[in-house]
Write a protein that binds this ligand. Structure first.
Ligand code: FAD
Length: 303
């Protein structure tokens, strides 16, 4: 029963806090921008470790990603992390972007290979003169400045391009060897998948934090499409929970909160203290889950 849960009961020895990070995407228009900033303002008092801003496929949001990251630096006390991919850009172009971030005071980059310009699922081809792999990109960023913190992706159900889980973990190892100090996972709905993956990663000698990426299901249909492209499985019990609710947004929202709370509390129960939320630029569900995890707004004390 949720009312019986106390974070301290689940906190592993030596831990006295939970760290969260929130992922946003750059807005396309004014109304989306308003929603994004309302969400950032709502979530900011929870004092996240960092907030990250995605980079659209093929660099399609390059300007909007930069503008959003810059506004976070200028107008908030949050620590931004800028996502960056290798797609459709030469090394020089990417290096310029990295230097611009450094000049703007950004010290955390989420370094990714990215998807083919034809979309996820199409065969990936590296750009002539560009970074071939995400590990090369990590090395390139660290070469520009060693004070960059670099996070990378991890795939509990393996990336669709990978031959097998071992090949996938080899890539993670290459990224860590190149200087990555945190991995954020693709979302998953079965926590056992995450823990099995974690065992394999640790057995391979990788000891950086592997932070679970949590996707609160705001829209089941969209989440299913997203999962198909990302190679994440959608269990039948999850489909069953949302079945018949297409025309009932109020119940859907309650179910979404219950599902995400169940997942997050189970992770906490099993010793996880670091969570990354795919917010889809909406604060309500994520705020509620963080509250359940024991996070409370930090009110700035007047001097
Ligand atoms: P990598 O970790 O470099 O590769 C994934 C796996 O694919 C590797 O393990 C490797 O085994 C295999 N692989 C890679 N290249 C090849 C190849 N040429 N041949 C055979 N196998 C290969 N996408 C965006 O466009 N913008 C974002 O902001 C963004 N943010 C993300 C954040 C997170 C936390 C995650 C998990 C994903 C994000 N993505 C984003 C999606 C990501 O770009 C795609 O999943 C992409 O297909 C892989 O990039 P990667 O860096 O995750 O891959």
């Amino acid at each position: 029963m949720i009312s019986q849960l106390r974070p301290s009961r689940f906190m592993p020895p030596g831990h006295n806090r939970i760290d969260v990070s929130f992922e946003f995407f750059p807005p396309k228009d004014e109304s989306m921008e308003k929603t994004l900033w309302e969400s950032i303002e709502r979530l900011a008092p929870l004092n996240p470790d960092f907030v990250s801003v995605t980079y659209g496929a093929g660099g399609s949001t390059r300007e909007r990603t930069h503008a959003t990251v810059k506004r976070i630096v200028q107008e908030t006390s949050l620590t931004p992390a800028a996502h960056l991919t290798c797609v459709a850009a030469t090394r020089d172009e990417i290096d310029d972007v990295v230097r611009q971030y450094h000049d703007a005071g950004v010290r955390h980059i989420v370094a990714l290979r990215g998807d083919s310009l034809e979309g996820a699922g199409a065969r990936y081809k590296s750009t002539p003169g560009g970074y071939d792999t995400s590990a090369d990109l990590v090395a390139g960023i660290k070469k520009i400045s060693s004070d960059f913190e670099v996070s990378v992706s991890a795939y509990p159900e393996k990336h669709p391009d990978s031959l097998n889980v071992d090949a996938d973990i080899d890539m993670l190892k290459a990224k860590v060897d190149a200087g990555a100090t945190r991995a954020i996972t693709q979302f998953f709905f079965e926590n056992d998948l995450y823990f099995r993956y974690l065992d394999r990663v640790r057995a391979r000698g990788i000891d950086i934090p592997i932070v679970p990426g949590i996707l609160p299901v705001q829209n089941f249909k969209a989440a299913t499409n997203f999962a198909q492209r990302a190679g994440a499985s959608v269990p039948s019990w999850l489909a069953e929970r949302f079945a018949g609710l297409d025309g009932d947004p109020a119940t859907r929202k309650l179910i979404a909160a219950a599902v995400a709370a169940e997942q997050a509390i189970d992770l906490l129960d099993r010793g996880v203290t670091n969570f990354h939320f795919y917010t889809m630029n909406r604060a309500d569900l994520v705020y509620a889950i963080c509250h359940l995890l024991g996070l409370r707004p930090q009110v700035e004390q007047a001097a």
